[in-house]
Design a protein around this ligand. Structure first.
Ligand code: ZN
Length: 247
């Protein structure tokens, strides 16, 4: 392969090497954004219908290299890199059950985890809860880390959703790609913090089912800007000259 061809392959986000690098970049961003402390949490990116790249177990993220990231198949067999995260079952079961999922982010981020330690999910106290795909973010009941039982309660809590809390453990977010999953992880952390503050103030108002259905409908049409707001019209002409300012 020529050097130019090798560079083209490295910059193509669909190559195995680029996906391994994206797993590393996502882990390091979680540390930078304060969602991960130490080696808690894990990240995966789907390779194809039957394989995914997942962060390895017990590796400091600042020292993580793309070649450390293993490839795992849906039968639990892994190759290359280091031993997969102990939560590989959650990743395998989600990629098996949810073909639309392209990336998964699991953290023990402070606010979401603190809320999960009360056994509470996040109700529709704010309309942005709809970012997770429904009228609430559920909290899966406690199961020991790294077990099939944890994977099963997590998948149930994630039904028709892109995020759930894990009681006495952490938070799980999925997305079509790694950017979507990371963005949702940040959003859920922020919502958990706001919900805690609202609970402390007391008298939290919860949006009703019809209000949340309306928000979800608006989110669904959000990408279609023209239809989303007919009162807001884009024009090409330059703005009128400003009048001369008096000195
Ligand atoms: Zn965990």
């Amino acid at each position: 392969m020529t050097e130019a061809a090798a560079q083209a392959t490295d910059s193509d986000p669909s190559t195995p090497q680029a996906r391994r690098a994206a797993v590393v970049a996502a882990c390091q961003r979680l540390v930078r954004d304060g969602l991960v402390v130490g080696t808690a949490g894990n990240v995966s990116i789907r390779r194809d219908a039957a394989h995914f790249f997942v962060s390895p177990t017990g590796t400091r993220y600042d020292a993580l290299r793309p070649e450390d990231v293993p490839l795992v198949d849906l039968r639990g067999r892994w190759r290359d890199g280091r031993r997969p995260s102990s939560e590989w079952r959650i990743h395998r079961d989600l990629y098996r059950a949810r073909p639309e999922v392209g990336a998964i982010v699991h953290t023990h981020s402070r606010e979401a985890t603190a809320l999960a330690c009360t056994g509470r999910g996040i109700p529709a106290f704010h309309y942005m809860v709809a970012a997770a795909g429904g009228a609430d973010v559920r909290c899966a009941p406690y199961r020991p880390f790294g077990t099939q039982a944890l994977s099963e309660v997590a998948l149930t809590a994630l039904a028709d959703r892109r995020a759930c809390l894990l009681a006495n453990h952490g938070v799980l977010c999925v997305g079509a790609d790694i950017e979507a999953a990371l963005g949702l992880a940040m959003e859920i952390e922020d919502l958990a913090a706001k919900y805690r503050i609202a609970l402390a103030l007391g008298g939290v108002e919860i949006l009703d089912a019809a209000q949340m259905r309306d928000v979800l409908d608006r989110f669904a049409s959000y990408g279609r800007q023209e239809s989303a707001d007919p009162d807001l019209v884009r024009i090409a002409e330059p703005p009128p000259e400003l009048p001369e300012q008096p000195r």
